[in-house]
Design a protein around this ligand. Structure first.
Ligand code: SF4
Ligand code: SF4
Ligand code: FES
Length: 240
């Protein structure tokens, strides 16, 4: 591993800058250094005005997602050594409005989650808590899909999001599927109506960019394909 990293960082303050620019920094390397350590070093010792977001530092909160050397990654879980180069370019996630430097506005992303009502609503006739066994087929089928930390990496990688701002996008659709697959949910049909639109599942071109970008190894494309299947079943009155 080299002693120094050559780091190029995207800088932009929409309130004061006419255009974005890149700043260059030489950052000393230490063992097990992550990209989050790189930006923290810059902020602590080189330029206190550098803005970025993070919280948990253990890959759980999803707030540190950045675009590093050409792909979306969680800064706290991306080891510098894994990039296999001393040249690092750090940018904000594509497909999001920029608040400042590496901080993007997540509001448009979560507005789309709101459309699919991302919370479980039990059927009225269920008065007692009904458990779904962890080893049941129903639970196993959506097991990996439930690991979403709403980091936005998939959304930033989706070319359909880039070309159509109305498209619900991979993360919201993945969440919708986990709820629609739950037979205890009271509004499964209503949720399906929301995704069965031109800005819903039918906008997805099954290119798997979202799956490649997901740091939790979720395949939103698979959830979207399952949703498409259920939309067709609904048309024939088979899905209730
Ligand atoms: S598979 Fe669909 S949701 Fe995923 S990146 Fe491609 S178009 Fe977007
Ligand atoms: S599906 Fe993966 S990439 Fe997309 S928001 Fe969830 S964790 Fe992040
Ligand atoms: S800081 Fe929470 S996922 Fe990176």
């Amino acid at each position: 591993m080299p002693d120094l990293l050559h780091v190029k960082v995207f800088r932009y303050n929409p309130e004061s800058d006419i255009a974005p620019k890149y700043d260059n920094f030489e950052v000393p390397v230490f063992n097990n250094m992550a990209i989050l350590d790189v930006v923290m070093h810059i902020q602590n010792y080189m330029d206190r005005s550098l803005s970025f977001r993070f919280s948990c530092r253990i890959g759980m909160c999803g707030s540190c997602a950045m675009y590093v050397n050409g792909r979306a990654r969680l800064a706290c879980r991306t080891q510098v050594s894994a990039l296999k180069t001393q040249n690092i370019t750090i940018m904000p996630l594509p497909n999001f409005p920029i608040i400042r430097d590496l901080v993007v506005a997540m509001a448009p992303f979560f507005e789309k989650w709101k459309k699919i009502k991302p919370y479980y609503l039990p059927k009225k006739e269920i008065s007692e808590p009904v458990t779904v066994r962890p080893d049941s087929k129903e639970r196993e089928f959506i097991d990996d899909m439930l690991d979403c930390i709403s980091c936005g990496c998939c959304y930033s990688a989706c070319s359909m999001v880039a070309t159509n701002k109305e498209y619900l996008g991979p993360a919201a659709l993945n969440r919708a599927y986990t709820l629609i697959a739950d037979k205890r949910d009271a509004i499964r049909v209503e949720r399906l109506k929301v995704v069965d639109r031109s800005y819903g599942v039918w906008r997805c071109h099954t290119q798997f960019n979202c799956a490649e970008a997901c740091p939790k190894n979720i395949v939103p494309t698979r959830s979207i394909q399952n949703l498409k299947r259920r939309c067709v079943l609904k048309k024939f009155g088979i899905f209730k």
